[in-house]
Design a binder for this molecule. Structure first.
Ligand code: MN
Length: 475
Protein backbone atom coordinates (compact mmCIF):
# COMPACT_ATOMS: atom_id res chain seq x y z
CA UNK A 1 0.00 0.00 0.00
CA UNK A 2 1.12 3.55 -0.63
CA UNK A 3 1.32 5.07 2.83
CA UNK A 4 2.31 8.58 1.92
CA UNK A 5 0.28 9.68 -1.08
CA UNK A 6 -3.22 9.57 -2.52
CA UNK A 7 -2.06 10.69 -5.97
CA UNK A 8 -2.87 7.26 -7.43
CA UNK A 9 -6.53 8.23 -7.05
CA UNK A 10 -8.16 10.53 -9.60
CA UNK A 11 -11.01 13.00 -9.41
CA UNK A 12 -12.48 13.62 -12.85
CA UNK A 13 -13.44 17.23 -13.54
CA UNK A 14 -16.45 17.27 -15.89
CA UNK A 15 -17.84 20.50 -17.31
CA UNK A 16 -21.32 20.52 -18.78
CA UNK A 17 -22.57 22.75 -21.61
CA UNK A 18 -24.59 22.49 -24.85
CA UNK A 19 -24.15 23.37 -28.55
CA UNK A 20 -26.38 26.48 -28.40
CA UNK A 21 -23.60 28.99 -27.77
CA UNK A 22 -21.30 28.27 -30.73
CA UNK A 23 -17.66 27.22 -31.02
CA UNK A 24 -16.02 30.34 -29.54
CA UNK A 25 -17.94 30.14 -26.26
CA UNK A 26 -17.29 26.38 -25.97
CA UNK A 27 -13.58 26.97 -26.60
CA UNK A 28 -13.49 29.43 -23.69
CA UNK A 29 -15.44 27.01 -21.47
CA UNK A 30 -12.71 24.42 -22.12
CA UNK A 31 -9.92 26.88 -21.34
CA UNK A 32 -11.56 28.00 -18.10
CA UNK A 33 -12.18 24.48 -16.81
CA UNK A 34 -8.55 23.57 -17.59
CA UNK A 35 -7.45 26.65 -15.65
CA UNK A 36 -9.38 25.49 -12.60
CA UNK A 37 -7.91 21.98 -12.79
CA UNK A 38 -4.35 23.27 -13.32
CA UNK A 39 -4.55 25.77 -10.47
CA UNK A 40 -5.89 23.14 -8.06
CA UNK A 41 -3.22 20.59 -9.02
CA UNK A 42 -0.49 23.24 -8.72
CA UNK A 43 -1.73 24.44 -5.31
CA UNK A 44 -0.53 21.28 -3.54
CA UNK A 45 -3.59 21.62 -1.28
CA UNK A 46 -5.59 18.76 -2.80
CA UNK A 47 -4.38 15.23 -2.06
CA UNK A 48 -5.87 13.51 -5.11
CA UNK A 49 -4.99 14.02 -8.77
CA UNK A 50 -7.61 16.17 -10.53
CA UNK A 51 -8.06 15.04 -14.15
CA UNK A 52 -9.62 17.41 -16.70
CA UNK A 53 -12.18 15.97 -19.10
CA UNK A 54 -13.39 17.63 -22.32
CA UNK A 55 -16.65 19.62 -22.03
CA UNK A 56 -19.75 17.45 -22.47
CA UNK A 57 -22.51 18.92 -24.67
CA UNK A 58 -24.89 16.07 -25.53
CA UNK A 59 -26.66 13.19 -23.82
CA UNK A 60 -24.33 10.65 -25.43
CA UNK A 61 -21.15 12.53 -24.39
CA UNK A 62 -22.48 12.81 -20.83
CA UNK A 63 -23.46 9.15 -20.61
CA UNK A 64 -20.12 8.09 -22.08
CA UNK A 65 -17.95 10.03 -19.60
CA UNK A 66 -20.01 8.95 -16.57
CA UNK A 67 -19.83 5.30 -17.65
CA UNK A 68 -16.08 5.67 -18.13
CA UNK A 69 -15.82 7.08 -14.60
CA UNK A 70 -17.77 4.08 -13.28
CA UNK A 71 -15.42 1.69 -15.06
CA UNK A 72 -12.09 3.31 -14.22
CA UNK A 73 -10.56 1.74 -11.09
CA UNK A 74 -8.41 4.85 -10.47
CA UNK A 75 -11.39 7.24 -10.50
CA UNK A 76 -12.51 7.92 -6.91
CA UNK A 77 -15.17 10.45 -7.84
CA UNK A 78 -16.33 13.16 -10.21
CA UNK A 79 -16.70 16.92 -9.96
CA UNK A 80 -19.43 18.45 -12.10
CA UNK A 81 -19.62 22.14 -13.04
CA UNK A 82 -22.07 23.85 -15.38
CA UNK A 83 -20.08 26.87 -16.57
CA UNK A 84 -22.88 27.51 -19.06
CA UNK A 85 -26.41 26.13 -19.12
CA UNK A 86 -26.54 22.38 -19.79
CA UNK A 87 -30.17 21.26 -20.14
CA UNK A 88 -30.51 18.57 -17.51
CA UNK A 89 -32.65 16.05 -19.38
CA UNK A 90 -29.37 15.28 -21.20
CA UNK A 91 -27.91 14.16 -17.84
CA UNK A 92 -30.67 11.78 -16.72
CA UNK A 93 -29.45 8.57 -18.40
CA UNK A 94 -25.86 9.07 -17.27
CA UNK A 95 -26.71 10.09 -13.71
CA UNK A 96 -29.16 7.21 -13.23
CA UNK A 97 -26.24 4.80 -13.53
CA UNK A 98 -23.55 6.83 -11.77
CA UNK A 99 -21.69 4.67 -9.25
CA UNK A 100 -18.95 7.07 -8.15
CA UNK A 101 -19.23 9.86 -5.54
CA UNK A 102 -20.01 13.32 -6.89
CA UNK A 103 -19.10 16.83 -5.86
CA UNK A 104 -21.18 19.51 -7.53
CA UNK A 105 -19.05 22.62 -7.89
CA UNK A 106 -21.00 25.88 -8.18
CA UNK A 107 -18.30 28.36 -9.12
CA UNK A 108 -17.25 30.87 -11.76
CA UNK A 109 -14.11 31.37 -13.84
CA UNK A 110 -14.09 35.06 -12.89
CA UNK A 111 -14.36 36.28 -9.33
CA UNK A 112 -15.90 39.71 -9.96
CA UNK A 113 -18.52 41.05 -12.32
CA UNK A 114 -16.61 43.35 -14.75
CA UNK A 115 -18.99 46.24 -14.15
CA UNK A 116 -17.75 48.58 -16.89
CA UNK A 117 -17.36 45.99 -19.65
CA UNK A 118 -20.01 43.38 -18.95
CA UNK A 119 -22.06 42.60 -22.06
CA UNK A 120 -24.20 39.73 -23.36
CA UNK A 121 -21.16 37.73 -24.49
CA UNK A 122 -19.98 37.70 -20.87
CA UNK A 123 -23.48 36.75 -19.71
CA UNK A 124 -23.58 33.88 -22.23
CA UNK A 125 -20.33 32.43 -20.94
CA UNK A 126 -20.65 32.89 -17.15
CA UNK A 127 -23.95 31.22 -16.30
CA UNK A 128 -23.15 28.84 -13.44
CA UNK A 129 -25.49 30.79 -11.17
CA UNK A 130 -28.43 29.36 -13.12
CA UNK A 131 -26.74 26.48 -15.02
CA UNK A 132 -25.85 24.76 -11.76
CA UNK A 133 -29.40 25.20 -10.48
CA UNK A 134 -30.76 23.26 -13.48
CA UNK A 135 -28.19 20.52 -12.76
CA UNK A 136 -28.95 20.57 -9.01
CA UNK A 137 -32.65 20.09 -9.71
CA UNK A 138 -32.17 16.90 -11.69
CA UNK A 139 -29.70 15.50 -9.12
CA UNK A 140 -32.21 16.09 -6.32
CA UNK A 141 -35.04 14.69 -8.44
CA UNK A 142 -32.97 11.54 -9.13
CA UNK A 143 -31.96 11.22 -5.48
CA UNK A 144 -28.24 11.58 -6.27
CA UNK A 145 -26.24 11.86 -3.04
CA UNK A 146 -23.61 14.51 -3.66
CA UNK A 147 -21.71 17.30 -1.99
CA UNK A 148 -22.52 20.81 -3.21
CA UNK A 149 -20.02 23.62 -2.77
CA UNK A 150 -20.51 27.25 -3.75
CA UNK A 151 -17.66 29.74 -3.97
CA UNK A 152 -14.90 31.15 -6.13
CA UNK A 153 -12.67 28.22 -7.13
CA UNK A 154 -9.40 30.01 -6.42
CA UNK A 155 -9.77 30.20 -2.65
CA UNK A 156 -8.31 28.12 0.16
CA UNK A 157 -11.81 27.39 1.47
CA UNK A 158 -13.04 25.80 -1.77
CA UNK A 159 -9.79 23.86 -2.21
CA UNK A 160 -10.11 22.56 1.36
CA UNK A 161 -13.68 21.38 0.71
CA UNK A 162 -12.48 19.55 -2.43
CA UNK A 163 -9.53 18.05 -0.56
CA UNK A 164 -11.68 16.70 2.30
CA UNK A 165 -14.28 15.30 -0.10
CA UNK A 166 -11.56 13.79 -2.32
CA UNK A 167 -9.94 12.07 0.67
CA UNK A 168 -13.31 10.66 1.71
CA UNK A 169 -13.80 9.46 -1.89
CA UNK A 170 -10.36 7.79 -1.91
CA UNK A 171 -11.27 6.04 1.35
CA UNK A 172 -14.62 5.02 -0.15
CA UNK A 173 -12.83 3.56 -3.20
CA UNK A 174 -10.36 1.73 -0.94
CA UNK A 175 -13.30 0.30 1.00
CA UNK A 176 -14.80 -1.22 -2.17
CA UNK A 177 -11.95 -3.73 -2.32
CA UNK A 178 -10.89 -3.83 1.34
CA UNK A 179 -10.40 -7.25 2.91
CA UNK A 180 -10.66 -7.60 6.69
CA UNK A 181 -9.08 -10.67 8.34
CA UNK A 182 -10.69 -11.83 11.56
CA UNK A 183 -8.18 -13.82 13.59
CA UNK A 184 -10.52 -15.59 15.98
CA UNK A 185 -14.18 -14.74 16.54
CA UNK A 186 -15.88 -11.89 18.41
CA UNK A 187 -15.45 -11.73 22.16
CA UNK A 188 -18.08 -14.05 23.57
CA UNK A 189 -21.34 -12.46 24.76
CA UNK A 190 -20.47 -8.99 23.45
CA UNK A 191 -23.28 -7.41 21.40
CA UNK A 192 -21.97 -4.29 19.71
CA UNK A 193 -19.04 -5.97 17.95
CA UNK A 194 -21.44 -8.33 16.16
CA UNK A 195 -23.15 -7.43 12.91
CA UNK A 196 -24.21 -8.57 9.49
CA UNK A 197 -21.19 -8.99 7.25
CA UNK A 198 -23.30 -9.39 4.11
CA UNK A 199 -25.03 -6.06 4.75
CA UNK A 200 -21.64 -4.48 5.50
CA UNK A 201 -20.32 -5.62 2.13
CA UNK A 202 -23.42 -4.30 0.33
CA UNK A 203 -23.12 -0.93 2.06
CA UNK A 204 -19.35 -0.41 2.29
CA UNK A 205 -17.85 -2.86 -0.22
CA UNK A 206 -15.42 -4.61 2.13
CA UNK A 207 -15.32 -8.33 2.82
CA UNK A 208 -14.65 -9.97 6.19
CA UNK A 209 -12.92 -13.37 6.28
CA UNK A 210 -12.56 -15.54 9.37
CA UNK A 211 -9.34 -17.39 10.28
CA UNK A 212 -8.22 -19.65 13.06
CA UNK A 213 -5.16 -18.54 15.02
CA UNK A 214 -3.36 -21.54 13.48
CA UNK A 215 -3.58 -19.92 10.03
CA UNK A 216 -1.48 -17.03 11.36
CA UNK A 217 0.71 -19.20 13.56
CA UNK A 218 2.18 -20.80 10.43
CA UNK A 219 3.56 -17.39 9.43
CA UNK A 220 4.68 -16.46 12.95
CA UNK A 221 6.57 -19.72 13.50
CA UNK A 222 8.47 -19.40 10.22
CA UNK A 223 10.00 -16.02 11.17
CA UNK A 224 13.80 -16.31 11.44
CA UNK A 225 15.92 -15.21 14.40
CA UNK A 226 17.79 -12.76 12.16
CA UNK A 227 14.53 -11.14 11.02
CA UNK A 228 13.60 -10.72 14.69
CA UNK A 229 16.98 -9.22 15.54
CA UNK A 230 16.64 -6.74 12.68
CA UNK A 231 13.23 -5.57 13.87
CA UNK A 232 14.31 -5.36 17.52
CA UNK A 233 17.15 -3.07 16.36
CA UNK A 234 14.47 -0.84 14.83
CA UNK A 235 12.52 -0.85 18.12
CA UNK A 236 15.62 0.18 20.08
CA UNK A 237 16.14 2.99 17.60
CA UNK A 238 12.56 4.28 17.61
CA UNK A 239 11.51 3.83 21.24
CA UNK A 240 12.77 4.27 24.75
CA UNK A 241 13.37 0.79 26.18
CA UNK A 242 13.96 1.27 29.94
CA UNK A 243 14.13 -2.41 30.92
CA UNK A 244 16.53 -4.46 28.80
CA UNK A 245 16.69 -7.45 31.15
CA UNK A 246 16.71 -10.93 29.66
CA UNK A 247 13.06 -11.39 30.63
CA UNK A 248 11.97 -8.12 28.98
CA UNK A 249 14.04 -8.69 25.83
CA UNK A 250 12.59 -12.18 25.45
CA UNK A 251 9.09 -10.73 25.45
CA UNK A 252 10.09 -7.97 23.03
CA UNK A 253 11.62 -10.54 20.65
CA UNK A 254 8.39 -12.55 20.79
CA UNK A 255 6.42 -9.39 19.98
CA UNK A 256 8.72 -8.77 17.00
CA UNK A 257 8.17 -12.34 15.80
CA UNK A 258 4.40 -11.80 15.99
CA UNK A 259 4.61 -8.50 14.13
CA UNK A 260 6.61 -9.99 11.24
CA UNK A 261 4.39 -13.06 11.08
CA UNK A 262 1.09 -11.18 11.15
CA UNK A 263 2.33 -8.71 8.52
CA UNK A 264 3.34 -11.61 6.21
CA UNK A 265 -0.03 -13.25 6.77
CA UNK A 266 -1.89 -10.03 5.90
CA UNK A 267 0.29 -9.33 2.86
CA UNK A 268 -0.10 -12.86 1.52
CA UNK A 269 -3.90 -12.55 1.60
CA UNK A 270 -4.16 -8.91 0.54
CA UNK A 271 -5.69 -7.89 3.87
CA UNK A 272 -5.53 -4.25 4.97
CA UNK A 273 -7.44 -4.60 8.24
CA UNK A 274 -7.57 -7.29 10.92
CA UNK A 275 -8.94 -8.22 14.31
CA UNK A 276 -7.61 -10.31 17.19
CA UNK A 277 -9.21 -11.54 20.38
CA UNK A 278 -7.70 -12.33 23.76
CA UNK A 279 -10.08 -15.28 24.05
CA UNK A 280 -8.36 -17.10 21.23
CA UNK A 281 -4.57 -16.95 21.44
CA UNK A 282 -3.92 -20.66 21.00
CA UNK A 283 -0.21 -21.18 20.33
CA UNK A 284 0.68 -17.52 20.83
CA UNK A 285 2.96 -16.67 23.74
CA UNK A 286 1.41 -13.25 24.37
CA UNK A 287 -1.44 -11.06 23.16
CA UNK A 288 -0.13 -9.39 19.97
CA UNK A 289 -0.39 -5.84 21.30
CA UNK A 290 2.80 -4.31 19.94
CA UNK A 291 2.10 -5.87 16.51
CA UNK A 292 -1.37 -4.30 16.45
CA UNK A 293 0.06 -0.94 17.48
CA UNK A 294 2.78 -0.92 14.83
CA UNK A 295 0.59 -2.29 12.02
CA UNK A 296 -1.98 0.43 12.75
CA UNK A 297 0.81 3.01 12.45
CA UNK A 298 1.58 1.56 9.00
CA UNK A 299 -2.01 2.17 7.86
CA UNK A 300 -3.72 -1.14 8.67
CA UNK A 301 -7.17 -1.14 10.21
CA UNK A 302 -7.46 -2.95 13.54
CA UNK A 303 -10.20 -3.94 15.96
CA UNK A 304 -9.72 -5.78 19.24
CA UNK A 305 -12.04 -8.56 20.48
CA UNK A 306 -13.06 -9.45 16.91
CA UNK A 307 -14.45 -5.97 16.24
CA UNK A 308 -14.37 -6.05 12.42
CA UNK A 309 -16.61 -2.97 11.97
CA UNK A 310 -14.14 -0.79 13.87
CA UNK A 311 -11.19 -2.43 12.06
CA UNK A 312 -12.75 -1.48 8.70
CA UNK A 313 -13.66 2.03 9.87
CA UNK A 314 -10.13 2.56 11.17
CA UNK A 315 -8.63 1.52 7.82
CA UNK A 316 -11.04 3.87 6.04
CA UNK A 317 -10.15 6.79 8.31
CA UNK A 318 -6.43 6.01 7.96
CA UNK A 319 -6.82 6.39 4.19
CA UNK A 320 -8.57 9.75 4.59
CA UNK A 321 -5.74 10.96 6.80
CA UNK A 322 -2.79 9.99 4.54
CA UNK A 323 -0.14 12.74 4.80
CA UNK A 324 -2.06 14.73 7.42
CA UNK A 325 -0.70 15.37 10.91
CA UNK A 326 -2.35 14.18 14.10
CA UNK A 327 -2.81 10.42 13.72
CA UNK A 328 -5.72 7.98 13.80
CA UNK A 329 -6.13 5.16 16.34
CA UNK A 330 -8.29 2.37 17.66
CA UNK A 331 -9.76 3.63 20.93
CA UNK A 332 -11.99 2.73 23.86
CA UNK A 333 -13.71 4.99 26.37
CA UNK A 334 -12.15 3.54 29.50
CA UNK A 335 -12.80 5.54 32.64
CA UNK A 336 -14.22 8.93 33.70
CA UNK A 337 -12.91 11.89 35.65
CA UNK A 338 -15.82 13.72 37.29
CA UNK A 339 -13.95 16.51 39.08
CA UNK A 340 -16.24 19.56 38.74
CA UNK A 341 -15.04 21.80 35.90
CA UNK A 342 -12.51 19.25 34.65
CA UNK A 343 -14.79 16.42 33.56
CA UNK A 344 -13.13 14.23 30.96
CA UNK A 345 -12.68 10.69 29.60
CA UNK A 346 -9.54 8.57 29.85
CA UNK A 347 -9.26 6.61 26.61
CA UNK A 348 -7.02 3.56 26.29
CA UNK A 349 -7.18 -0.17 25.58
CA UNK A 350 -5.61 -3.28 27.02
CA UNK A 351 -2.61 -2.54 24.73
CA UNK A 352 -3.74 -1.60 21.26
CA UNK A 353 -3.52 2.17 20.78
CA UNK A 354 -1.80 3.45 17.62
CA UNK A 355 1.44 5.40 18.15
CA UNK A 356 0.45 7.77 15.31
CA UNK A 357 -1.37 9.78 18.02
CA UNK A 358 1.62 9.77 20.41
CA UNK A 359 3.27 12.96 21.57
CA UNK A 360 6.98 12.32 22.03
CA UNK A 361 8.91 9.08 21.91
CA UNK A 362 6.89 6.03 23.01
CA UNK A 363 8.31 3.75 25.70
CA UNK A 364 8.48 0.05 24.86
CA UNK A 365 7.79 -1.92 28.03
CA UNK A 366 6.77 -5.37 29.22
CA UNK A 367 4.12 -5.69 31.92
CA UNK A 368 1.66 -8.33 33.08
CA UNK A 369 -1.80 -8.37 31.48
CA UNK A 370 -4.55 -9.53 33.81
CA UNK A 371 -6.60 -10.97 30.96
CA UNK A 372 -6.07 -13.77 28.42
CA UNK A 373 -3.89 -15.96 30.65
CA UNK A 374 -0.71 -15.54 28.57
CA UNK A 375 2.86 -14.31 29.11
CA UNK A 376 3.51 -10.63 29.87
CA UNK A 377 3.13 -8.74 26.58
CA UNK A 378 5.27 -5.92 25.18
CA UNK A 379 3.51 -2.64 24.42
CA UNK A 380 4.20 0.96 23.51
CA UNK A 381 3.30 3.42 26.26
CA UNK A 382 2.71 7.08 25.45
CA UNK A 383 0.49 10.10 26.01
CA UNK A 384 -1.07 12.38 23.40
CA UNK A 385 -0.86 16.07 22.58
CA UNK A 386 -3.70 18.51 23.32
CA UNK A 387 -5.86 19.61 20.39
CA UNK A 388 -9.06 19.02 18.46
CA UNK A 389 -10.08 15.50 17.45
CA UNK A 390 -13.09 13.33 16.70
CA UNK A 391 -14.22 9.91 17.87
CA UNK A 392 -16.20 7.87 15.36
CA UNK A 393 -18.10 4.62 15.79
CA UNK A 394 -19.99 2.44 13.31
CA UNK A 395 -22.88 0.51 14.83
CA UNK A 396 -25.45 -1.83 13.32
CA UNK A 397 -29.10 -2.25 14.21
CA UNK A 398 -30.01 -5.29 12.14
CA UNK A 399 -31.61 -3.33 9.33
CA UNK A 400 -29.21 -0.39 9.15
CA UNK A 401 -25.78 0.97 10.03
CA UNK A 402 -25.24 4.25 11.86
CA UNK A 403 -22.07 6.34 11.97
CA UNK A 404 -21.78 8.39 15.16
CA UNK A 405 -19.17 11.15 15.48
CA UNK A 406 -18.34 13.14 18.60
CA UNK A 407 -16.08 16.18 18.41
CA UNK A 408 -13.53 16.33 21.24
CA UNK A 409 -10.90 18.45 22.85
CA UNK A 410 -7.85 16.37 23.78
CA UNK A 411 -6.41 17.58 27.05
CA UNK A 412 -3.40 16.85 29.23
CA UNK A 413 -3.63 15.18 32.65
CA UNK A 414 -2.85 17.46 35.58
CA UNK A 415 -0.97 14.63 37.28
CA UNK A 416 1.45 11.91 36.24
CA UNK A 417 0.10 8.36 35.84
CA UNK A 418 3.17 6.37 36.91
CA UNK A 419 1.37 3.07 37.51
CA UNK A 420 -0.66 2.93 34.26
CA UNK A 421 1.33 0.72 31.85
CA UNK A 422 -0.63 1.43 28.64
CA UNK A 423 -0.88 4.17 26.03
CA UNK A 424 -3.58 6.61 27.03
CA UNK A 425 -5.28 9.80 25.97
CA UNK A 426 -7.58 12.21 27.76
CA UNK A 427 -10.42 14.14 26.13
CA UNK A 428 -13.38 16.38 26.85
CA UNK A 429 -16.29 15.44 24.60
CA UNK A 430 -18.21 18.33 23.02
CA UNK A 431 -20.32 20.06 24.13
CA UNK A 432 -19.25 18.62 27.52
CA UNK A 433 -18.86 15.19 29.11
CA UNK A 434 -22.41 14.95 30.46
CA UNK A 435 -24.08 15.90 27.19
CA UNK A 436 -21.58 14.24 24.84
CA UNK A 437 -21.68 10.89 26.65
CA UNK A 438 -25.46 10.99 27.02
CA UNK A 439 -26.00 11.57 23.30
CA UNK A 440 -23.39 8.95 22.29
CA UNK A 441 -25.05 6.34 24.50
CA UNK A 442 -28.56 7.27 23.32
CA UNK A 443 -27.38 6.91 19.71
CA UNK A 444 -26.14 3.39 20.53
CA UNK A 445 -22.47 4.33 19.99
CA UNK A 446 -20.03 1.52 20.86
CA UNK A 447 -17.37 1.44 23.57
CA UNK A 448 -14.87 0.96 20.73
CA UNK A 449 -14.24 3.91 18.43
CA UNK A 450 -11.72 5.41 16.06
CA UNK A 451 -9.96 8.40 17.62
CA UNK A 452 -8.71 10.83 14.98
CA UNK A 453 -6.82 14.03 15.75
CA UNK A 454 -6.00 14.05 12.01
CA UNK A 455 -9.63 14.37 10.85
CA UNK A 456 -12.73 16.52 11.30
CA UNK A 457 -16.45 15.86 11.22
CA UNK A 458 -16.62 17.02 7.58
CA UNK A 459 -14.63 13.96 6.40
CA UNK A 460 -17.09 11.62 8.10
CA UNK A 461 -20.12 13.53 6.86
CA UNK A 462 -18.85 13.21 3.27
CA UNK A 463 -18.11 9.49 3.78
CA UNK A 464 -21.57 8.91 5.32
CA UNK A 465 -23.19 10.52 2.29
CA UNK A 466 -21.14 8.40 -0.13
CA UNK A 467 -22.06 5.17 1.64
CA UNK A 468 -25.65 6.25 2.38
CA UNK A 469 -25.23 5.47 6.07
CA UNK A 470 -27.18 7.23 8.82
CA UNK A 471 -25.04 9.97 10.34
CA UNK A 472 -25.21 11.36 13.88
CA UNK A 473 -22.89 14.18 14.93
CA UNK A 474 -22.43 15.29 18.53
CA UNK A 475 -20.76 18.68 19.07
MN1 MN B 1 -12.08 -3.49 23.86
Amino acid sequence: MDKNSLKQYQIWFITGSQHLYGEETLRQVGIHSQQIVDSWNRSGEIALDIVWKPTVKTQSEITEVLQAANGDPACAGIICWMHTFSPAKMWINGLKNLQKPMLHLNTQANRDIPWSTIDMDFMNLNQAAHGDREFGYICTRLGIRRKVVNGYYDTARVRAVVDVWGRAAAAWLDSQTMKVARIGDNMRDVAVTEGNKVDAQIQFGYTVDGFGVGDVLKYISSVSESQISGLVEEYLDLYTVPDRSERAMHSIREAARQEIGIRSFLEAGGYTAFTTTFENLYGLEQLPGLAAQRLMAEGYGFGAEGDWKTAALLRTMKRMAVGRTGGVSFMEDYTYHFEPGRECVLGAHMLEVCPSIASGKPSLEVHPLGIGGKADPARLIFATAPGEAINATMVEFGSKFRLVVNELQITEPKEALPRLPVARTLWVPKPNLAEGARRWIEAGGAHHSVNAPALTTEFMEDYARMTDVEFVVIR
